[in-house]
Design a protein around this ligand. Structure first.
Ligand code: DLL
Length: 432
């Protein structure tokens, strides 16, 4: 069963829908968003040059930095009186990336999430505990609004407060769980410690997880500990939020809702479009969005795309689980962290140098971030109190700027390894 008829259009119908909506979107952005008019003019591309889907590759890419440069609302194609929701994600310079939705966009979001819920067999008989963070992050409210529109009873438990989450999960009898994979595993660990019998005390049958790269092993572990069907949801706020792609029961590959989000896979170094099946960076063009239509957005996510038919009957292409990122962004418990954000904070601190190393690791099932920073030689002192105060000041500044707790270690001058080429700033022990 599918949620909407566009999920199983034949190739010609789908391509004709995509081309019509692409041309409409290009008109919209060219005439309503000065950034795109300049970009297309500079590239010497006329709207009438885009006669086929392949012609899309003539257009320049949009990057995260473009959204920052047009902060906050410069890329919107409607007036504020038509915007009904604003979300944002954190940025390298302190300026977040801002996204806005019209009522029409909210319907598209609910539709693609409805497709995901249907892939997991969820109906209005279900109760969904939504343990994604609520707020500017699109995870919490993205799942919430779509569930409500499908008349699914949704428990807005948000993330954290694990013991209380477990109490609600048991007493309210949720059948569906949504969370980041690391939080789902953390919940299971706490449940065991608190003496719950996971299979007997909870009624969960399916879970939707995403927002961070997850190994197949971790997915299997979550499915088996909770005794649920694991569905992966992929998405990013710049495109819509969660719901860009999701896997059905027949495959681990994720159906990408390409009637709304047109995918291309490019070589991240050359920008060339790669043939189907090859791995590269996912680039997405929105086909139906009004608030923030976006052309050839470089997601930074590495994956591949296939259009080999799926047993479920959906004709939408499928992407493999995100393999990694083409930039240096770290995802710490679902929060985006760039090394340059950390450097920005350190550059404002007296007493330390900019010789630092970032170490991402796991503590239990949660991510933890440690930063080793070399002290300024003048700060070398025997006064432990001074050093402790400095450490706390930096931790506080990082929390304020990144919204995550960071374990700061102050180390002696010249004690970190120097490299001859590019400095190795990040050691990600989670990938081992
Ligand atoms: O993470 C939206 C989301 C919320 C997706 C909840 C799924 C569930 P952003 O905060 O803008 O949006 O972060 C987007 O997160 O470019 C990927 O690098 C990463 N990401 C999202 N989903 C997955 C996934 C939300 N299933 C960035 N697997 C994206 C791996 C993912 N990485």
């Amino acid at each position: 069963m599918t949620f909407s008829k566009n999920e199983s259009l034949c190739k010609q119908e789908l391509q004709s829908w995509q081309l019509t909506h692409l041309q409409e979107t290009l008109e919209r952005v060219y005439y309503l968003v000065p950034f795109y008019k300049k970009k297309f003019d500079d590239a010497g591309v006329l709207l009438k040059d885009i006669k086929s889907l392949k012609d899309l590759s003539k257009l320049p890419f949009t990057k995260k930095q473009d959204l920052r440069d047009n902060y906050p609302f410069g890329m919107f194609s409607v007036d504020m009186d038509q915007i009904v929701r604003i979300h944002s994600s954190s940025g390298t310079t302190g300026k977040p990336t801002v996204v806005g939705y019209t009522e029409h966009d909210m319907s598209i979001w609910a539709e693609v999430m409805g497709r995901a819920f249907t892939m997991g067999g969820v109906t209005c008989q279900d109760i969904m505990q939504n343990s994604h963070g609520y707020g500017l992050f699109t995870g919490g409210l993205g799942f919430h609004s779509a569930a409500e529109r499908m008349k699914i009873a949704v428990i807005p438990s948000s993330t954290g407060f694990t013991s209380r989450q477990l109490l609600l999960l048991k007493d309210f009898g949720a059948t569906v769980l949504t969370a980041t994979p690391s939080f789902a595993l953390h919940m299971a660990e706490v449940a065991k410690n608190e003496g719950y019998d996971i299979q007997k005390d909870f009624k969960l049958k399916v879970g939707f997880f995403g927002a961070e790269p997850t190994s197949d092993g971790m997915k299997k572990e979550i499915a088996s500990i909770w005794g649920i069907d694991y569905h992966e949801v992929y998405g990013l706020s710049e495109i819509i939020g969660p719901g860009v792609a999701c896997n059905c029961k027949h495959s681990n590959l994720l159906h990408i809702h390409e009637d709304h989000f047109y995918p291309e896979i490019i070589d991240p170094k050359t920008g060339e479009v790669l043939p189907e099946g090859e791995r590269g960076e996912l680039v997405i063009t929105t086909l139906t969005k009004q608030g923030l239509p976006i052309i050839r957005y470089r997601t930074g996510d590495i994956t591949s795309l296939t259009r080999i038919p799926c047993k479920c009957g959906r004709t939408l292409g499928r992407i493999e689980s995100i393999v990694g990122r083409s930039d240096d962004m770290l995802l710490i418990n679902g929060v985006n962290v760039f090394p340059s954000q950390i450097e920005h904070v350190l550059s404002k601190q007296d007493g330390v140098t900019l010789n630092y190393q970032i170490i991402a690791d796991k503590k239990g099932y949660l991510d933890k971030l440690e930063i080793d920073i070399e002290l300024n030689p003048e700060m070398m002192s025997d006064d432990i109190g001074d050093l402790d105060r400095l450490k706390k000041t930096i931790q506080h500044a990082l929390l304020n700027h990144l919204y995550i707790n960071v374990d700061v270690k102050l180390v002696a001058p010249k004690s970190l390894t120097r490299s001859e080429g590019k400095a190795i700033r990040v050691i990600d022990k989670r990938q081992k």
